[in-house]
Write a protein that binds this ligand. Structure first.
Ligand code: SAM
Length: 240
């Protein structure tokens, strides 16, 4: 199914196809799979961000996207089909750390923008280094719980991607999607950050319920095991 969707719809900007109850979104051509593993076409050829392998395919340099280092890759490797990023996407990335996953999104959104919010000064220094040679990545030192704090630096976006590992992950996503009028959102929910005593499945269910209450249509909820223990990716679309 993945390969057919890829071939048939490869010319569209953002692809949204319904297979039974599943919404499938695909980028044009900057994300591809080799042996079931994702790679992105490098926007910064010759450079590695986290020691990833560089692969030459038909004269173009791709970067292997490790599911052990990135929850978005773990999601794709677990059969995740929601990928609301394309060449022109404007993306707000909450919890960018040193830019591992954000750099792959930057590869895909090569003509768009990736606003990278990070609260830790230490990670931020590494993030700035990655952003220096990628003209579509903007590092912003800020608290994702306070979108007003970086509203001046980021304009409205198409997608909010969140991986912050702190309590209240569903509301943080919804607040940022509202503030920046985003249509799509993806959040890597870490169960232990919400409640160490509760069953992860219950935490994911509650996050899903909360996002629905906040006006989101749930596109996918997917466990990231075995790559990430007690994590799930939730993909949503704002219903406005
Ligand atoms: N998303 C990164 C990647 O895949 O490359 C890894 C993110 S790491 C699991 C979580 C990051 O969120 C940490 O760097 C942490 O400093 C950051 N963080 C935690 N709370 C935050 C907040 N309120 N605002 C912004 N960043 C936050």
């Amino acid at each position: 199914m993945r390969m057919n969707a890829w071939r048939i719809y490869q010319s569209a900007d953002v692809l949204s196809i319904t297979y039974a109850s599943l919404t499938v979104m695909r980028t044009a051509d900057r994300l591809r799979y080799v042996d079931g593993r994702p790679l992105t076409l490098s926007a910064d050829p010759g450079k590695r961000v986290y020691g990833e392998r560089l692969v030459n395919i038909d004269g173009l340099e791709y970067r292997e996207w490790s599911p052990n280092r990135s929850k978005l890759s773990a999601y794709l490797c677990s059969g995740g089909e929601c990928f609301p990023f394309n060449e022109k996407s404007s993306v707000l990335y909450l919890g960018a750390a040193s830019g591992t996953t954000a750099s792959h999104i930057s590869d895909v959104a090569v003509s768009g923008k990736v606003y990278c919010i990070e609260i830790s000064q230490r990670s931020f220094r590494d993030l700035v280094n990655v952003c220096e040679s990628r003209k579509n990545m903007m590092p912003i030192l800020g608290d994702a719980a306070v979108p007003e704090g970086y509203g001046f630096a980021a304009e409205n976006v198409d997608v909010v991607y969140q991986d912050v590992a702190q309590k209240g992950q569903a509301d943080m996503l919804a607040d940022n999607m509202e503030h920046f009028s985003a249509r799509y959102g993806m959040v890597a929910v870490k169960a232990r950050s919400e409640d160490v005593t509760a069953r992860p499945e219950r935490i994911f269910e509650k996050a899903k319920e909360r996002l629905t209450e906040r006006g989101m249509k749930i596109l996918d909820v997917r466990s990231l095991e075995p790559f990430e223990k007690a994590h799930a990716m939730i993909a949503v679309e704002a219903v406005r």
